[in-house]
Write a protein that binds this ligand. Sequence first.
Ligand code: ATP
Length: 245
Amino acid sequence: MLVLKNIDVFYGKVHAVKKVSLHVDQGEIVALIGGNGAGKTTLLSTISGLIRAGRGQIVFEGREINRQKPDKIVKSGISQVPERRLVFKPLSVEDNLLLGSYHRYSLGRSASIGRDVEEIFAMFPVLGERRNQPAGTLSGGEQQMLSIGRALMAKPRLLLLDEPGMGLAPAISQMIFRHVSKLRDELGATVLLVEQNARSALKISDRGYVLETGRVIVQGTSKELMQNNDVQRAYLGRDAGESGR
Ligand code: ATP
């Protein structure tokens, strides 16, 4: 579905992403893990067109998208859930969801928007109970659900999720991860998931890539990565000797 070939991204002289190649197949959750400053957000924003790749190729469903503008990329079927949630705080929960579908008006596909809002409320009942409340009054976990719901309103075929567990209490963060795996299992969604919390990300994903200072250093199935000694030492907080226990 998505193929990145030899992507380089620069911020002036800072070479943030170095020759990254990866792919995401339909129906998969693919995790991109790595520490602070590894280049994870930069890579997601490059896919969604917010940042231009210096070199390389991004192909989505057979079409090259690396020269396209972000609104065109959303229309082609990719939605990003930004880091730190970024909901429109003074607007109601429902209006936040409606904003996620704005481009469907220009595509003439607006007929089912009301039904889709109800589907989001069925998925996240707590949002339905608060539909008229300003989004800024929601808790962090609820804002994360709203941010995911807003991205789903664009009817994406590929969802880019940037650190959905960030800043949330562990139990709430786990609930968000369960929702993400439900998106795949029940809706057939395809997700590229960026996460510092490697354990949570690898638990729900099918495959993963480890990014370190802009480079992919290991890749494999999530099971393989969980058993990899280097990944265990650096990202799972476990001594290599504990492997398999
Ligand atoms: P985190 O998990 O901490 O959010 P990350 O893996 O998402 O980190 P990025 O935010 O993509 O990392 O940053 C990658 C590198 O690019 C870092 O060295 C960062 O300092 C640099 N960088 C990011 N944004 C900019 C910018 N706007 N201008 C200059 N350098 C930047």
